[in-house]
Design a protein around this ligand. Structure first.
Ligand code: NAP
Length: 315
């Protein structure tokens, strides 16, 4: 029987010229290629606005990869980079999606199969609604109806409650619920994953993890790097939406939730929801008293305001 990772797969990275794609997604895929864990028939199409030729785009990825690693195998990179192509268009342009659709169909035609598709939204939250709508209007999602196709939406999910609800509605119009991954990569970190084991598989802690034995909990999310080239995004989203409503609340939920009935997706989700629903929002007065906000000054990194003025991605 064919193993899952052997089935031809095509990934479309919306926002492929951005920081997430350069620093996290492509390096992760390169590592999979190095370990021979990618399907043999595999293609990445990066879709964004900057004007890159395929060669320029691949070189910009390689430059970042080389900064991150002491050694990049030229043999692996040559093999891997051939699978990457760049499609330049604004997300507002219908012709961009039509061109994308043609490229996707051409790949399936070339391999004479329906490939698995992954649509990765490595994009600021305010453009995601537009992307999904355009995917629907240009029928791009039709190529996802068979096989294991997925759409991945990065956090933050929308700008506020209203936009999150309409983004969710649009997602559900375009993809089935089991195809939708609303992800917060932070939750995949080992320290976060280990919290469940630490709490519930260890009788020593499990028996005293309650309000009689714990006075208070502090969650510290410290960064060793500054905002760097993410200024355009960060200055408009802000730390509250970038970190608190996802990373911090998820950590809070995993730390404070009751033991789930089972360790399956639904039970863990139910326990998390239960604790989040029991939180009492601060009143305006309590916010003023308990919340301190600020921007970092120069130290190990340059000051925040110095970094955001040089926000464009430097190649
Ligand atoms: N960076 C990280 O480490 C990280 C980690 C976790 C989650 N995230 C999330 O991932 C998302 C992307 O973050 P990022 O840091 O990669 O942001 P970014 O560096 O600002 O990249 C945004 C990407 O979206 C493209 N884009 C934006 N508006 C567009 C438009 N109208 N038409 C075409 N392309 C457009 C940009 O294209 P051009 O630059 O070519 O215009 C760029 O490729 C955000 O939601 C962020 O919260 C990021």
């Amino acid at each position: 029987m064919e193993k899952q990772n052997e089935h031809p797969t095509l990934i479309v990275i919306f926002g492929g010229s951005g920081d997430l794609a350069h620093r996290k997604l492509i390096p992760a895929l390169y590592s999979l290629e190095k370990e021979n864990l990618l399907p043999k028939k595999f293609k990445i199409i990066s879709f964004a606005r900057k004007n890159f030729s395929n060669t320029q785009y691949r070189n910009s990825l390689l430059k970042v990869l080389r900064k991150q690693r002491t050694r990049v195998s030229s043999k692996v990179w040559a093999r891997f980079s051939k699978k990457i192509s760049y499609l330049q268009s604004s997300f507002e342009n219908k012709s961009g999606y039509e061109e994308l659709n043609n490229k996707v169909l051409a790949f399936d035609k070339q391999i004479k199969l329906f490939s698995n598709k992954i649509f990765y939204l490595a994009t600021p939250p305010f453009v995601n609604y537009q992307i999904l709508r355009s995917i629907r209007l240009t029928n791009l999602n039709k190529c996802c109806e068979s096989r294991h196709s997925r759409v991945v939406a990065e956090k933050p999910f929308g700008d506020d409650l209203e936009s999150a609800v309409s983004l969710n509605k649009e997602l559900r119009k375009v993809f089935r619920e089991d195809q939708i991954y609303r992800i917060d990569h932070f939750l995949g970190k080992e320290t976060v994953q280990n919290l469940l084991i630490f709490r519930f598989a260890n009788e020593l802690f499990n028996s005293i993890w309650d309000r009689d034995h714990i006075d208070h909990i502090q969650i510290t999310i410290s960064e060793s790097i500054g905002v760097e080239n993410r200024g355009t995004y960060y200055d408009s989203a802000g730390a509250l939406k970038d970190i608190i409503q996802n990373h911090a609340l998820q950590l809070l939920a995993l730390t404070a939730m009751e033991q789930p009935k089972h360790f399956d997706e639904k039970s863990i989700r139910d326990s998390r929801v239960e604790i989040l629903e029991s939180l009492e929002p601060y009143t305006k007065k309590e916010i003023e008293k308990n919340i301190i906000r600020g921007q970092y000054s120069a130290g190990k990194t340059r000051a925040y305001r110095q970094e955001v003025v040089e926000h464009d991605f430097v190649l």
